[in-house]
Design a protein around this ligand. Structure first.
Ligand SMILES: Cc1ncc(C[n+]2csc(CCOP(=O)(O)OP(=O)(O)O)c2C)c(N)n1
Length: 685
């Protein structure tokens, strides 16, 4: 093990800098020690590079953490968040020392990993390794996209960097390769990654599992690569960062040879410094070794604080200068300035939904993916902030916006994104775009591949991010590609994510209503689940309840005779609604009173009042649910009086209608199950 004090001595930065760096180190160490939980190693090893960035380059205003043209800093290695909280406190963000003392405690603003929305200055929730890295790619995409839209000669209104602090784990996760490849391809020159290359992960040395030449990998992705061998060499760090800034045509990564647990005599450069407190005795030795007082805890020397707090003045000057420039820009380009303010505030323009299409039965049969594509076209003409694409399936997902141009290095003004076959990175990039503000991001793939992007979808929901997913080929009915491509458990899986709204519309008009919800929803992600196959259009003249019913998640689409109580209720989603309607017609001939409930979103329906849900699903009336997905979940609606026609196995390769028939999605089967249900409930009563 390297002798830490010797290393510190040979590279001792000037006294004040050293004082500041040690302040960060020991605030973090004390936080972890007091909480008796957390990760002291990364803060000890990476404090110098974080300090260099925050002290000498990062553009931010602690008193206005959301100033739109601030640089973004993403701590992708979220487990090292004690370092971030220390930085936020000392530089003057709204985070008191008491909050540092309450690290990882109930209700504190210093949770175990950075949580977006909880702590001023935290740009995104991180902790699941690799996500922050890919979020940053999304932020850098948003920056160049908004710059292309809003900057004018002499007016650099959008002009900031995105910085990332990443660890070995971030680079090991596949998502950083997906996102890194995309960023290199897109030539995102204002994305700068500091890589804490400390050779240690939880199980020990990176020699155990991570031996490739990482920087050669990034060079091959088209990145600009630098190395800094001495992690405490401020001048080398600053110089590398400035070189990275000047490299405008490639994203940059700087591999900094850091030492996990720097300064800890028995734990530096060992996995023991990673995920547990140093221990009281080791803390004492580390403090003594680096010339730090053992007591008091959470010690912040006055000179250090004074120096750190210069960030407040610096930030306010930078922001005031930007505001002055924005004012001049506004005088010359009032419409653009107003638009900029609107999109950053995530406000929708008046009349954004005025021209949304209404489809008639003459338009059918129409797949809901086609209806979605037509709706996107109209939305795009009213919402220039709409930006998205697909993971190489646009011809199938119908996510392209005609005339919007490709978003590519030669044309950052384009709004059609080509994520490549990188669903995981797509999900996280969409999150980064949403975190940045200024765009409405969407991404598409087949429903079955939503599994590849579930981690960022979970984070989108946790972060309340307005991200839209367009998932097509939504059931067995997609046919010949077989069970690998036929989603079965995905609907239930997505619905189970707290805070997400999953919408599976039954036809073209429900699809329009679903898009209206997706665009209007600011508080979390929406997944649109759409068919490959054509479906009849539910004409609004016969089904006027659609526009107001869809936002309620479930509604009476076709009722039994006025004044009568239904004998049975058929509740269905998506394409199965049409089978329910046909079954209703057939059962009516036998004098069986049937109500059909369309339930495009069980998430939204569950959120309605008990009264409303009782109105729709009259208590005591037997219920038959029909959905080409797993049955789990449906039984929670009513209990024993429910039967479910579902798929509790995998699908099969054959033409869609054949598969659906084999799995019981036929009018015959629905009618016979309805009879059975009626008999069963009559016997019981
Ligand atoms: C996706 C994911 N898998 C696993 C973990 C658990 N975990 C937390 S930190 C870590 C690895 C730590 O090594 P490194 O990334 O090099 O961080 P450092 O040792 O530098 O702190 C792991 C596996 C995680 N946070 N996210």
């Amino acid at each position: 093990m390297a002798a830490p004090t010797a290393l510190a001595a040979t590279l001792a930065p000037p006294a004040l800098d050293e004082l500041c760096i040690n302040t960060l180190r020991f605030l973090a160490v004390d936080m972890v020690q007091k909480a008796n939980s957390g990760h002291p190693g990364l803060p000890l090893g990476s404090a110098t590079m974080a300090y260099t960035l925050w002290d000498r380059l990062l553009k931010f205003n602690p008193q206005d953490p959301l100033w739109p043209d601030r640089d973004r800093f993403v701590l992708s290695a979220g487990h090292g968040c004690a370092l971030l909280y220390a930085l936020l406190h000392v530089t003057g963000f709204d985070l008191s020392v008491e909050e540092l003392e309450r690290f990882r405690q109930w209700g504190s603003r210093t949770p175990g990993h950075p949580e977006y929305g909880k702590t001023a200055g935290v740009e995104g929730t991180t902790g699941p390794l690799g996500q922050g890295f890919a979020n940053a790619v999304g932020m850098a995409i948003a920056e160049v996209s908004l710059a292309a839209r809003f900057n004018r000669p002499g007016h650099q209104i959008v002009d900031h960097y995105t910085y990332v602090l990443a660890s070995d784990g971030d680079l090991e996760e596949g998502i950083s390769s997906e996102a890194g490849s995309d960023a290199g391809h897109l030539r995102l020159g204002k994305l700068i990654v500091l890589y804490a290359n400390n050779h240690i992960t939880i199980e020990g040395s990176t020699e155990l599992a991570f031996t490739e030449d990482r920087m050669a990998r990034f060079a091959a992705f088209g990145w600009h690569v630098q190395h800094v061998e001495q992690s405490n060499d401020l001048e080398a760090l600053e110089s590398a960062l400035r070189t990275a800034q000047q490299e405008t045509s490639r994203p940059s990564i700087i591999a900094v040879r850091t030492h996990l647990g720097f300064g800890s005599p028995h734990k530096q450069d060992t996995a023991a410094a990673h995920g547990e407190p140093l221990g009281v005795e080791e803390v004492r030795l580390t403090k003594e070794g680096l010339g730090w007082p053992v007591a008091p805890l959470f010690h912040i020397p006055e000179e250090a604080l004074e120096h750190f707090r210069e960030a407040v003045k610096r930030g306010s000057t930078a922001q005031t200068d930007w505001e002055r420039r924005f004012q001049i820009y506004g005088n010359e380009h009032p419409d653009l300035a107003a638009e900029f303010e609107r999109v950053i505030a995530r406000q929708l323009p008046k009349g954004w939904d005025a021209d949304l299409p209404t489809f008639t039965s003459a338009d059918g049969p129409m797949a809901t993916r086609i209806a979605s594509g037509k709706t996107i076209e109209v939305l795009a003409s009213h919402l220039p902030e709409l930006m998205g694409g697909s993971a190489d399936l646009a011809p199938s997902t119908h996510t392209n916006m005609e005339g919007a141009g490709n978003f590519e290095p030669e044309n950052w003004a384009g709004h059609n994104m080509h994520f490549g076959i990188r669903e995981h990175a797509m999900g996280a990039i969409l999150n980064g775009m949403a975190l940045h503000h200024g765009l409405i991001p969407y991404g598409g793939t087949f429903l079955v591949f939503s599994d590849y992007m579930r981690p960022p979808m979970r984070l989108a929901a946790m972060n309340h991010l307005p991200v839209i997913y367009v998932f097509t080929h939504d059931s067995l009915a997609m046919g010949e590609d077989g069970p690998t491509h036929q989603p079965v458990e995905q609907l239930l899986g997505l619905r189970s994510i707290p805070g997400i709204v999953v919408l599976r519309p039954a036809d073209a008009n429900e699809t329009v209503a679903a898009w209206r919800i997706a665009i209007g929803r600011n508080e979390g992600p929406v997944a649109l689940v759409l068919t490959r196959q054509g479906l009849p259009v539910l004409d609004l003249t016969h089904y006027p309840a659609i526009p107001e019913g869809v936002p309620l998640g479930g509604y009476i689409l076709a009722d039994c005779d006025a004044g009568t109580r239904p004998d049975v209720i058929l509740i269905a989603t998506g394409s199965e609604v049409h089978l329910a309607l046909e079954s209703r017609d057939r059962l009516a001939k036998e004098d069986i009173q049937v109500r059909v409930v369309s339930a495009p979103s069980t998430n939204l329906f569950s959120a309605q009042s008990d009264e409303y849900r009782d109105e729709v699903l009259t208590p005591g009336v037997p219920l038959l649910a029909i959905e080409a997905g797993v049955s789990l979940g449906w039984r929670s609606y009513v209990g024993p009086q429910i039967e479910v026609i579902a798929v509790d196995t995998f699908g099969a390769s054959a033409p869609g209608p054949v598969v659906m028939e084999h799995y019981g999605f036929t009018v015959d089967n629905i009618c016979s199950r309805a009879h059975h249900l009626l008999l069963k409930t009559q016997r019981k009563s």
